[in-house]
Design a binder for this molecule. Structure first.
Ligand code: BDR
Ligand code: CA
Length: 309
């Protein structure tokens, strides 16, 4: 079992990524840090608590992540894509029993597992960057990091040039790009093709083996129709964050290239992912996924999400 600590901003694709991680037979989710992003921090916390409670996994610690970016700006939220509460039409019930731990309580957990720990960040960069700012030595001892973010030489999704997780807190992203090692980036270059289709949801929901099945259809329909508005004719909806969690398990699904990566911090290019892709350019030490085998993505999505809990 691979020990995984998730940083997330659930959000629809984050929520399905969390569910994927909870159902995956080789992933042991040792904790979830919920921060602002697709929704406000407190809503993200509530959604994560809801998923943990549906799974019957109240022993999974839930940590309070960041409420806003290091720039101090008020972050934009995306109800048109993720729903008012971040789960499409689903409103998590009030009063879910969950102990919300302060951020600094993360560190003893990381200390305990660091040598075998994979940290996967599928949210804005702020909380993970803060962990480095506060405890650099400890964070440098973590086995590996995978982040969903960036867009290399392809269009962004929140600006013409930038992807949301990189753009919203570029300073924090720069901290991660500079400090987190070994680092794998699952960017829009591959996640734009991590399309979940109606027939995949049909397959996932034809059995009712786990306590998440009931939410897959309404959540997918909401998200997919938002993407139809954004990109009419798109064949499905990109579940970016699921691809990032999948990358922790099936190395054969992605091909990687090793580069140095930086980010533009301000101006019109804010959030731009920068790496040298010229022929003959020097290699760096960050692995960027450049291709994804779609049939393998599809199979893993369906197989894991219909599993018994
Ligand atoms: C990323 O931004 C969020 O809105 C998604 O959950 C994903 O993590 C895609 O740009
Ligand atoms: Ca996310």
């Amino acid at each position: 079992m691979e020990k995984v600590l998730l940083f997330a901003d659930p959000g629809i694709d984050d929520s399905v990524a969390i569910i994927y991680a909870l159902l995956h037979p080789s992933i042991d989710v040792i904790g979830i840090v919920a921060g602002y992003g697709n929704v406000e921090r407190d809503q993200a916390v509530q959604n994560a608590a809801y998923l943990i409670s549906l799974a019957g996994r109240s022993e999974i610690p839930l940590f309070a992540g960041s409420e806003y970016p290091l720039t101090g700006e008020v972050a934009p939220y995306y109800p048109e894509i993720h729903g008012e509460e971040g789960l499409g039409p689903i409103v998590p019930p009030e009063g879910i029993p969950a102990e919300l731990l302060p951020f600094t309580e993360l560190f003893p957990l990381i200390e305990k597992h660091k040598e075998e720990l994979t940290i996967i960040d599928i949210g804005r960069s702020t909380s993970l960057a803060l962990a480095f700012v506060l405890q650099n030595e400890l964070m440098s001892a973590v086995k590996r990091f995978i982040i969903m973010g960036g867009a290399f030489l392809v269009p962004g999704n929140v600006t013409p040039l930038a992807e949301a997780n990189f753009f919203i807190d570029p300073v924090a992203t720069q901290v991660i790009l500079t400090r987190a090692r070994p680092l794998t980036i699952i960017s829009l270059n591959v996640t734009s093709y991590a399309l979940v289709t109606d027939d995949m949801i049909e397959e996932v929901t034809e059995t009712n083996y786990n306590p998440f099945t009931f939410l897959m259809r309404p959540v997918f329909d909401y998200y997919a129709s938002a993407y139809q508005e954004l990109a009419p004719g798109i064949k499905g909806a990109p579940f970016h964050d699921v691809a990032a969690v999948m990358a922790s398990q099936y190395n054969g699904i992605f091909d990687f290239i090793k580069k140095d990566v930086s980010i533009s911090l301000e101006g019109e290019t804010r959030g731009l992912s920068i790496a040298d892709f010229r022929p003959g350019a020097e290699a760096g030490d960050i692995s960027i996924a450049v291709t994804m085998d779609y049939p393998s993505f599809r199979n893993s999505f369906v197989d894991v999400l219909k599993r018994r809990l």
